[in-house]
Design a binder for this molecule. Structure first.
Ligand code: XMP
Length: 516
């Protein structure tokens, strides 16, 4: 880590033992006004000291501490004098490493439980004596390490919360980070403020000031180039870099011909009007569609679009002089995911707009410490329009991954027109903010229909609308029937070449959100 991070001095490290909730822990800590960062569970005590951590949270995880190959931690972590909170597996790991006993079997708990606090400590200050929590564990701590005492129990869990108050080592068997533990935020707040002694210096206002300062230090008098995709991350990144270095920034917006209706105009309007930002717009649609002709394999489409994007970007930049820096809208979940341990590639989510190192620039990535909700708050504070800040995600390869089979201008038209109808109707129904992502897909089959007195043999359009927190899992949105009917009627009547409209009721998993 460089000294030039735009983050405050006080920080808590979340040691990741493979929990599905590690990101959530970090987000919930940040909501308490304290910067939290996720690090691998095997981090050494020396590295922790180097990072200047004010507190450690050991995450949950699916393993059992006594199994061969279970993730473990450096036992010297507990001698650093830095407060520790173990959550679920994190508690078991701490207890095990400090000489306690952890067993499986007898007291499994999954779901809601009631915790009773027995003994006061800074961890439970102000919490109800009895409170509902979310449990999800097979193992339990059966015997505490020396010096620890039981702070809370449930009916079946003898060590629901434990602590060695003098050494500031605490553990909870339940999950304070999930919404099903209503007092969880207060417990995490107690840990970071009362146990670790952190203030509340993490806010988007303070981030903007620090990031501005850091960007200026990095860039000096140099010139910065960035690619705008029309999405939230690149837009907020550009606004932030522009705040820091003004006219030294040039933004390039490449229209690959696979954008939604009126998207190009919206990006132009927003950024040309944004405090005099320099914007180069490049219409490369013919070139992209030419390269995609005859290609039906989804991964091949992604590869072609990625490659052409880099070429188009290189050319657009060639006329604009020399740049030393490339600013990118990488955000914290991208950083965590690219460091993740061997997760299977379901789709190559290479981000168009994510440019390769060979371009020879030094990277400026001011958002790489932020979660998506924080990026949005920064965008609003920087004065970007709410419509852009709350925009649903749109994949880098654009409509190409919503056109099953070959991408032709005619098929792009069908998806674009139906997508516009869907967006109009969702907006008219006031449901925009209630659905995480919604779009239309063209299926490469045809079916018989009848219009007027004539037989048709045309394509179906599929409407996809999902609700999700993290896009890793998703449920189909429960759209009102009247709305679905109105959309179907309009799509079939107004989009030439379409004679049916279907609603995709699949959840993710086993389906994915996009169709390709
Ligand atoms: P899936 O389809 O994998 O999508 O459930 C999860 C989220 O990722 C987006 N997505 C992409 N984004 N390049 C991107 O930048 C891609 O190739 C890509 N494929 C899917 C998708 O829209 C959803 O938000």
């Amino acid at each position: 880590m460089s000294a030039s991070q735009p983050i405050p001095q006080e920080r808590v490290l979340v040691l990741d033992y493979g929990a599905q909730y590690s990101q959530l822990i970090a987000r919930k800590v940040r909501e308490q006004g304290v910067y939290a960062e996720i690090v691998p569970g095997e981090i050494t005590a020396a590295e922790v000291r180097e990072r200047g951590a004010h507190g450690l949270i050991l995450s949950g995880g699916p393993a059992s501490v006594y199994e061969d190959g279970a993730p473990t931690c450096d036992p010297a972590l507990f001698d650093l004098g830095i407060p520790v909170l173990g959550i679920c597996y994190g508690l078991q790991l701490m207890a095990y490493r400090l000489g306690g006993d952890v067993r499986g079997g007898r007291s499994r708990e999954y779901g809601k439980a009631d915790v009773q606090w027995l003994d006061g400590s800074p961890l439970s200050a102000g919490l109800p004596a009895e409170m509902p929590v979310w449990m999800s564990h097979g193992d339990s701590v059966m015997q505490l390490p020396d010096g620890f005492r039981t702070l809370a129990v449930t009916e079946t869990c003898p060590a629901a919360a434990v602590g060695h108050v003098e050494r500031r080592l605490y553990g909870v068997q339940f999950h304070p980070e999930v919404t099903h533990t209503p007092s969880g935020p207060q417990l995490l707040g107690n840990f970071v403020h009362k146990v670790c002694g952190c203030g509340s210096d993490w806010s988007m206002g303070s981030f903007i000031d620090l990031a501005t300062q850091r960007i200026r230090e990095q860039v000096g008098g140099g010139r910065v180039l960035c690619a705008l995709s029309g999405g939230v991350d690149s837009a907020v990144m550009a606004a932030l870099v522009h705040r820091a270095v003004g006219a030294q920034l040039t933004c390039v917006f490449i229209d690959h011909g696979l954008l939604r209706a009126s998207e190009v105009d919206e990006v132009r309007e927003t950024f040309e009007g944004y405090a005099g930002m320099k914007l180069v717009c490049c219409d490369a649609s013919e070139r992209f569609l030419g390269k995609l002709a005859g290609v039906t394999d989804p991964e091949e489409k992604r590869r072609i679009i990625g490659r052409e994007f880099i070429e188009a970007f290189r050319e657009a930049q060639a006329g604009a002089g020399r740049f030393e820096f490339l600013a990118q809208g990488t955000i914290y979940p991208d950083v965590i995911e690219s460091g993740s341990r061997g997760a299977a590639t379901i789709k190559s989510h290479h981000n168009v707009g994510g440019l390769p190192a060979e371009l020879g620039f030094e990277l400026v990535e001011p958002l790489r410490w932020l979660f998506k909700d924080e990026v949005r708050r920064v965008g609003l504070e920087l004065g970007l329009p709410a419509s852009l800040v709350w925009r649903q995600p749109f994949p880098g390869p654009g409509l190409a991954v919503r056109i099953l089979g070959e991408v032709t201008p005619e098929r792009v038209r069908m998806v674009r027109e139906s997508d516009r109808i869907l967006r109009d109707e969702v907006a008219a129904a006031g449901l925009e903010r209630g659905i995480s992502q919604y779009f239309t897909v063209l299926a490469p089959v045809r079916s018989v229909g009848v219009m007027g007195d004539a037989r048709t043999y045309a394509h179906p359009i599929i409407v996809r609308a999902v609700v999700t927190d993290d896009f890793m899992t998703a449920s189909p949105a429960r759209l009102p029937h009247e709305l679905l009917e109105r959309i179907a009627t309009r799509v079939v009547n107004e989009v030439a070449g379409v004679n049916r409209c279907l609603y995709d009721y699949s959840s993710k998993p086993p389906a994915t959100i996009e169709w390709e």
